[in-house]
Structure formats: structure tokens, C-alpha cells
Design a protein around this ligand. Structure first.
Ligand code: NAD
Ligand code: TYD
Length: 360
């Protein structure tokens, strides 16, 4: 049976100045040239307009500096632009920060999502004649399912079992999204993706942090013994998956996104360090010697792994990058975008990093 394609006319992207949102905008602004696209972002430390310079003057794109918790602003935007499509990225996204400032995560991730849902629901209920042409795509994480042991993978049947304040806030947002679908018939789709890496990721997450530290010949912190496992996916593959889900996904459904990229943190860092040394033409093991074991993160989830078979069999998506190709391209990108790195890492962030780690 041929799949029906959703064709967005007017798109609201939230959190488009962040890592995944900016990559997604680079992809969709030229692709959906007939659609008007509005990006609302609060520009927290993790959001930066420098990441959007390539598209900032596109005729079908507009940036709005604002908070998704501001219902009045959202109402004005919905009235003005009559959005047919919402893609919701905006969130506080770093687990370590969520341990220190959980209430900020509840504010943006839970209250912010609820305020967006409420305004979207009111706008879309008043347009009942063409409600089938709407989509609300909520971009979520596999961390809502908790931690795996050495075996098994998350599937769409996995129970919710979040273990960090970040994961709990995203799980709560997922529940609100489903509640709006069940209660008001809002046409929602949820995607839960594994760990992303690639261009424009703020250097607090493991991969860009390690690249920055290796560049600066500073210690590369690995929690505990580096045995925790993550399932890595290149951000361009995630963005392709989101576009595929947006176009062909079924409302009310959940899709898990992952590309079979499992590796322990220590093995990942060793691989990354070798790539950095090779690209910088340094003697072998120069960067690896910087790897430093530090105190573990409280409640550190042992392993994540995704079974993406629903997405691959029903919608035909699959990852383009192998982990090796994706990491090499990512190292290359950061080495050739050091001015971006310097600009996003201000002194307060450097001070924050210094205060973070206790060496073992
Ligand atoms: P990010 O931290 O890089 O970017 C988040 C963006 O949201 C920033 O631009 C920030 O300014 C903006 N923002 C935060 N609070 C806001 C608010 N109240 N109002 C408006 N804007 C606000 O995050 P990311 O890695 O790009 O993640 C994007 C989304 O994808 C998040 O919802 C995250 O939970 C989800 N996700 C991330 C990953 C990953 O590995 N990074 C994996 C799966 C899912
Ligand atoms: P991170 O990039 O913060 O993503 P998440 O916590 O959402 O999975 O961390 C990826 C893995 O790397 C995770 O197991 C924690 C670990 N980690 C370190 O070992 N050292 C670090 O400095 C950071 C930031 C993370």
C-alpha cells in the first residue's frame, strides 16, 4: 500500500538553534522551499544563532527569540502563521546539568511542552475542517526507558522507567503529548532516539567535549571505568529519520530511532582519540594519554540500545553513516570549525567545566 505523504505548509520548529534543531533546519529549509518555517528558541547556553548562519537569510525562514513557556507569544505566532506542522526540539538536554538544576528541566521540558500543546490544541481544534493535514512531532529520547543491562534493546513496547531528572522530564513530556492525542485528538507522533553526535553539538556532551579537550591537550574525563555503553547515531541520520516520520509516519504512533552504533565510552574515546591524532598528524596515543578516569555520574544508566525495526520496516528509513565514518566526519568538522567552538564556549562555561570533575 503506498504511504500517504504529509506536506507541511507552515512549520513551527522549537529549539532550532540547538544541536539537532539547527541540523534539521539546514536540511528542511531548502527541502520545503514552498513552506514557511518559523524557529522559536530561547537561546540558552546551548542555542546559538552562529549555528544557523547558512540559512538565516532564506526567504522561507524566520527566527523568533522566545520561550515556549510564553503562551501569549505562542498564541500570537499560531494566529499569524497558521502552522500546519510543529516539530518540537526545545528542551534542556544535558543529564549532568539536570542533576544540579532539575527544576529548570521541569520548567522547559514539562511546563514548556504543556504550554506548546495547549496552544497547538486550541489553534488546531478551531480549524476542524482540515485537521487531518496537521502534525505535531515530539522529539524525544530513549533515556525515558531507563537503563539496559548487558543484553536486549529498547522497543516501542519498552515500559517507561526514567532514572535521571532529564529523562524524567522528557518522559513526562511524552505522557503529556500522548494525553493530548487521547483526550483532544491532537495528531501527534513521538520519536525516541538514541545518543546523537555530529556538527554543532555543544561541547558539554561526551564526543565534542573529548575533541575540544584533545585539541587543547587537557584531560578527557571518562566516568568511572568507561564501561557504560551508548548507541550512537549521526545527527544527519536522525534528521533524515525525523523527515521520514514527519512525511510518512502515522499519527498516534511512536517510532524508535537508532542505527546499531553501540560502543562503551572508553572504546569510543580511544577510537576518537586515534582519529584526532591521525587528522592532526600527531604521534599515535598523544590524545589517548589524556583520557582520565573521574568520579561516576550519580545514577549513571549502564547501557542504551535501540531496536529501530518499526521505523525501518514500516517507513523504510535506515542510517547512512557507519559509526566509523560518522565519527571521522565529526572530528573533521570540529577541527575545521574551531572559531564556532571558541565562540560558543565562553569563560563561564570553561569555569563550569573546571568545577565539574573529581579525579579518581
Ligand atoms: P540542545 O541542548 O543542543 O538544544 C536545545 C535547544 O532548545 C537550544 O537551542 C535551547 O536554547 C532551546 N531551548 C531550551 N529551552 C527552551 C525554552 N524554554 N524555550 C525555547 N527554546 C528553548 O539539545 P539537542 O541535543 O539539540 O536536543 C534537541 C531535542 O532532541 C531535545 O528535546 C532532546 O531531548 C532530544 N534528543 C536529543 C538527543 C541527543 O543525543 N542530543 C537524543 C534524543 C533526543
Ligand atoms: P552524554 O554525552 O552526556 O550523553 P547521555 O548522558 O545523555 O548519554 O554522555 C554520554 C556517555 O558518556 C554517558 O555514559 C556519560 C559519559 N560521559 C563521560 O564519561 N564523561 C563526560 O565528561 C561526559 C560528559 C559523559
Amino acid at each position: 500500500m503506498p504511504l500517504l505523504q504529509h506536506q507541511p505548509k507552515s512549520i513551527l520548529v522549537t529549539g532550532g538553534a540547538g544541536f539537532i534543531g539547527s541540523n534539521f533546519l539546514h536540511q528542511i529549509v531548502p527541502t520545503f522551499s514552498d513552506a514557511s518555517i518559523v524557529n522559536i528558541d530561547k537561546l540558552t547556553y546551548a542555542g546559538n544563532l552562529l549555528s544557523l548562519q547558512n540559512i538565516e537569510n532564506a526567504p522561507n525562514y524566520q527566527f523568533v527569540h522566545g520561550d515556549i513557556c510564553d503562551s501569549n507569544l505562542l498564541k500570537r505566532l499560531f494566529e499569524e502563521h497558521q502552522f500546519t506542522t510543529v516539530i518540537h526540539f526545545a528542551a534542556e538536554s544535558h543529564v549532568d546539568r539536570s542533576i544540579h538544576i532539575p527544576l529548570e528541566f521541569i520548567q522547559s521540558n514539562v511546563a514548556g511542552t504543556a504550554s506548546l500543546l495547549e496552544v497547538a490544541k486550541d489553534a488546531w481544534m478551531s480549524e476542524s475542517s482540515c485537521r487531518e493535514t496537521y502534525r505535531f512531532l515530539h522529539v524525544s529520547t530513549d533515556e525515558v526507558f531507563g537503563a539496559l543491562g548487558a543484553e536486549g534493546k529498547f522497543t516501542t513496547d519498552s515500559p517507561y522507567a526514567p532514572r535521571s531528572p532529564y529523562a524524567a522530564s522528557k518522559a513526562s513530556a511524552d505522557h503529556f503529548v500522548r494525553a493530548y492525542a487521547e483526550t483532544y485528538g491532537l495528531p501527534v507522533i513521538i520519536s525516541n532516539c538514541s545518543n546523537n553526535y555530529g556538527p554543532y553539538q555543544f561541547p558539554e556532551k561526551l564526543i565534542p567535549l573529548a575533541i575540544v579537550r584533545a585539541l587543547e591537550m587537557e584531560p578527557i574525563p571518562v566516568y568511572s571505568k568507561g564501561e557504560n555503553v551508548r548507541d550512537w547515531l549521526h545527527v544527519h541520520d536522525h534528521c533524515d529519520a525525523l523527515q521520514c516520520i514527519l512525511s510518512y509516519g502515522e499519527c498516534g504512533e511512536t517510532y524508535l530511532v537508532g542505527g546499531f552504533g553501540e560502543l562503551s565510552n572508553l572504546d569510543l574515546l580511544k577510537l576518537l582519540c586515534n582519529m584526532i591524532d591521525e587528522q592532526l598528524q600527531r604521534p599515535i596515543h598523544t590524545s589517548q594519554s589524556l583520557i582520565t578516569f573521574v568520579q561516576d555520574r550519580p545514577g549513571h544508566d549502564f547501557r542504551y540500545a535501540i531496536d529501530p525495526s518499526k521505523l525501518t520496516t514500516e517507513l523504510g528509513w535506515s542510517a547512512r553513516y557507519t559509526l566509523h565514518e560518522g565519527l571521522n566526519a565529526t572530528v573533521q568538522w570540529y577541527l575545521s570549525h574551531q572559531s564556532w567552538l571558541k565562540a560558543v564556549m565562553d569563560q563561564s562555561y570553561r569555569d563550569y567545566l573546571k568545577s565539574q570533575y573529581v579525579s579518581l
